[in-house]
Write a protein that binds this ligand. Sequence first.
Ligand code: HXC
Length: 264
Amino acid sequence: EPEPARPEVDLAFDGDVAIVTIDRPKALNALSSSVLEALDDAFARIADAAASVRGVLVVGAGGRAFVAGADIAGMAGATPEEGRRSAELGHRVAARIEACDAPVIACVDGFALGGGLELALACDFIYATDASSFGQPEVRLGLIPGFGGTVRLPRVVGPARAKELIYSGRRIGIDEAVEAGLVVRRFADREALLAGARETVAQIAQNSPVAVANAKRVLVGAAGRSTDEAVAIEVGGFAEAFGTDDMREGVAAFLEKRSPGFSS
Ligand code: HXC
């Protein structure tokens, strides 16, 4: 009897942490359309469990790569229409990640290239090990970034550095990635990386879940907008906070010099 196929994306819940593992190590976790569909599905399931999830970790299996890009084999012979559909599928996953109430941490240990870096950039922030490398090598293949690299990379590292990375296609290591602000915390190895990410989720979990989700909605909603529009979105979120039980509790707890008991 043939063994049942191992799922290419695993979703596990550990207390209030959801862990999404891209598990296609033979292709360095490359994003085929079936992997992207499975990621879309995993984030839909996380949305269903939203009330009990305080943080999501996205990791790559196998020890060599986070994700080495979109699946190059699957792109051979594809038409512009198929290219469009594949980009749209990637953007759907990015939209799911951005719509997730809880912060999503990309935990990079190894290669984060092309669509892999773009997936990491769709997360709220990137933690990575010393063994990681990053790049947008698409132009080497006659392609360009298609899962948001031209949009989110310049926001994170600035437009000039994004252009330099995208035009050259070069890979950068952890030192340069940290210096560029692409990686917000570095760790010696995978174990330390996952422990550090869980520690951050534990810190987040002490705060109001309603306020964290509100902050994320404002940050995501304001990205790339004009100052006036972004300010209006922030004012809207700030005003909304005043209508929440968590705001009343948080402020009362401070004034009464006690710990807050937020909604869960
Ligand atoms: C499919 C991939 C892959 C990918 C690696 N593999 N990356 N398969 N798609 N993106 C496969 C290899 O073919 C190989 O399979 C196995 O994984 C191990 O990779 P090797 O190349 O043998 O390993 P190594 O020599 O250590 O080199 C690692 C590497 C290299 C530097 C990461 O694999 C590489 O350059 N990969 C491609 C990176 C890339 O160009 N990414 C951008 C893709 S375009 P076999 O069967 O031979 O063992 C993109 C577009 C996004 O992402 C937007 C889309 C809309």
